[in-house]
Design a binder for this molecule. Structure first.
Ligand code: ZN
Length: 221
């Protein structure tokens, strides 16, 4: 309920500023409220972002969490200094970042994966949440090569809890070399708040430290 009140308030404020900046799009049972704060939105880029959402979000939902929210809001924020962040069903993306990196469209894939994850007050570590989101971007992203985005090759200075693309590559290695389906199970456990440090051993027969040691010895994927 709170979410709807918030979205309504944002919409009202935006409509009074410039009705052109709001797009409400419904496709295949999903609804996207796209709020672009730019004075002169780049409509081609905006269309690509909207299409990316409708391409990846239902796929991520089907793969990880069919009960995920049906309504999402994406704001292209002109004042935001970060790259992107997500809070419940609302994604904020830096306008400046997107204009500097227009091919980095899968920022959306990473961020909407956080909506699908829906870990709430997570019982798991933040590095794993971010690693899973980048694993999902790797697996389901639509434009990663053009963006120059890839998982980070193994280096001896890394550790599994470095998060993002380092953790994501470790997860990929587990999927390929140890136990397929581990990411989906970890994700489900995190959402159900049943994840513990023991999960790794239960799922793969090895602790996370043992897995990392094996990965460091033979990190090919
Ligand atoms: Zn993230």
């Amino acid at each position: 309920m709170k979410k709807y009140i918030l979205i309504t308030a944002v919409l009202m404020a935006a409509i009074s500023a410039d009705a052109q900046q709001i797009a409400v799009i419904k496709r295949n049972g999903y609804k996207l409220v796209f709020f672009n704060q730019e004075r002169k939105p780049d409509t081609a880029l905006q269309t690509r972002m909207i299409n990316t959402f409708f391409n990846v979000y239902p796929t991520l939902a089907a793969e990880y969490n069919p009960k995920t929210l049906r309504e999402v809001m994406i704001t292209i924020d002109t004042a935001y200094k970060g790259v992107a962040e997500t809070d419940k069903g609302s994604v904020k993306i830096s306008s400046a970042w997107m204009h500097k990196h227009p091919e980095d469209i899968d920022v959306i894939t990473h961020e909407v994966m956080h909506i699908v994850q829906n870990y709430g007050e997570s019982v798991g570590p933040g590095w794993l949440t971010e690693g899973i989101a980048d694993y999902a971007r790797y697996k389901f992203g639509v434009n990663n090569p053009a963006a120059g985005w890839s998982l980070l090759a193994y280096k001896s200075t890394q550790n599994y809890d470095n998060a993002y693309r380092i953790t994501a590559r470790f997860l990929l290695w587990i999927e390929e070399k140890v136990k397929p389906g581990t990411v989906k199970t970890l994700d489900a456990q995190l959402r159900a708040h049943t994840y513990t440090n023991e999960s790794w051993k239960q799922l793969t027969g090895k602790t996370v430290d043992e897995l990392w040691k094996s990965y460091s010895e033979k990190p090919e994927v």
